[in-house]
Design a binder for this molecule. Structure first.
Ligand SMILES: [Zn+2]
Length: 46
């Protein structure tokens, strides 16, 4: 499945996403660790 990286807007394949995290029970996928860090900084982490 293809989803959008919420930070940079890049399309990320959920099977190959380099980084992902579960926030409020929902998986969010990122193109890189840097985007994940930025997301967590904006959303209170973990
Ligand atoms: Zn990104």
């Amino acid at each position: 499945m293809k989803v959008k990286d919420p930070i940079c807007g890049m399309t990320v394949d959920t099977d190959r996403a380099p980084e992902k995290g579960s926030y409020a029970g929902q998986w969010v996928y990122f193109c890189s660790a840097a985007c994940k860090k930025r997301y967590e900084a904006a959303h209170g982490g973990h």
